[in-house]
Design a protein around this ligand. Sequence first.
Ligand code: MSP
Length: 534
Amino acid sequence: MKNIYTNTNTFAITTPLYYVNDLPHIGSAYTTIAADTVARFQRLQGKSVLMITGTDEHGQKIQRTAQNKGRSPKEHCDSVVTGFESLWQQLNIQYDRFSRTTASNHEKIVKEFFRRVWDRGDIYLSQQQGWYCVSCEEFKEERELLEDKYCAIHTNQKVEWRDEQNYFFRLSRYQEQLQAFYQERPEFIQPESRRNEVLSFVNQGLQDFSISRVNVDWGFQLPIDPNHTIYVWFDALLGYVTALLDPDSEPTLENALSKWWPINLHLIGKDILRFHAVYWPAMLMSADLPMPGGVFGHGFLTKDGKKMGKSLGNTLDPFELIQKYGSDAVRYYFLKEIEFGVDGDFSETRFINVLNADLANDLGNLLNRTLKMAHKYFNGQIPNINGEEVEVTHPLKTIGISLGEEVSQAYTSLAFSKVCEAVLVLVRTCNKYIDETAPWSLYKQGQLEAVAEVLYSVLESVRLAAYLLSPIIPNISNAIYQQLGFSNDFNNKSVIYSSETFAKQISWGALPVNQILGKPQPVFQRLELTETVA
Ligand code: MSP
């Protein structure tokens, strides 16, 4: 897979702006964990990073939800937003901007953008007839519906017949330009399967889509017609742009686009691919703005092999999951167990088995037993050998010297599962190496130099593993670094890294000899299966 990023020293990444009809679910947590991991990795490499998340608060769906709860839409949105902020804090998400579509500066950006597209002659008034799903906020083709006019995505919700005047965006005008763009920038839509999906959709011929609604108060009025509100997607996608404004700068498109545009990567779920990979680029073409770096559409999560949903009674509460197992465990499971881009499953038994095997046993015990030996045989110091002098044929160094590069490439192509697998190969080789070299016997035989080499090479490998996994499991990586005698804090966002530090940290042999080691303590407690999380 090609690198989808531009070469500058800045990197901007977005999650979708989540609907606030309900508290955040595991699907929103999944995208946000992935985005945070990418942002952390880019920072580690010395990039100046802007991670954007936020909420999509307008539209009929939210208006109705608030009404049903007997609250004003704004009151409702504010309370749900608190839930999102709290989840991101508990999941250790280091976002830089939280973009709310109800923010005062956002309206100005949306209206200025609308004007540009209007002036281009790409908006016109016409009659819209069709079946509308309020939950999708989208008109549906009759053939897409289930029996009795239920939405195929929101299977417990009937679509509604609409026959009204709407303003339309001339998407059809951009068909050829889009096709040429996908050709020129094959890396724009990832993974490959999603690109193919989009290409076949576009090749079938694009139809204009309506960008205004009547009888919806909860939204921005069209600058050219106060009887209409701007369609949620024409409002929400611009939330990415508003987020780029410095907090006290004038809300103009020019200011918003001056530093961070084009955004390098939009991370989304596969259900909203069309909006990001077709509508959004066409809107930007119309407004004469440069294209983003890329769109990556990940898969859907199921629970115990079944689609998750409230009506099915099998949702997975992210708050409960974190409370029970901690943020690193949750982050690790979803990124390691599910190939990013395809659908994946959550099962609590599998969750516990994976974490116990990888983090408690393979990584945690490895550090623990090696540290204990270093305390016993070397007075709690990192044994004095020169990492650079360890033979390149050494079983751990052989893997360690190329691991940094391999893992960096995997992060760059968002192959988080590969990142974890590659690191685990080193960790497992360490365990085997200790068992085979038996440093406790070497010590008894008085072979101190050999013992020093074994312990140094294992501790250095654990350091490298912790460093490379730090974007995924920052708390565990911190604990490992501390026990190795460092004072790094992978959660401290104000530390400015450089590409030189990165290169040094990923090279095998960076562990300073004679450094005083910390007290051996389990970095990850074994998990037990008790009551399952609902
Ligand atoms: N508000 C729009 C996005 C506007 S972006 C300018 C929206 N919001 S959403 O809250 O409904 O969905 C947000 C994300 O959650 C989507 O990326 C969607 O794919 C993801 N998920 C929802 N359910 C999911 C699963 N079961 N599994 C994985 N992700 C899923 O759409």
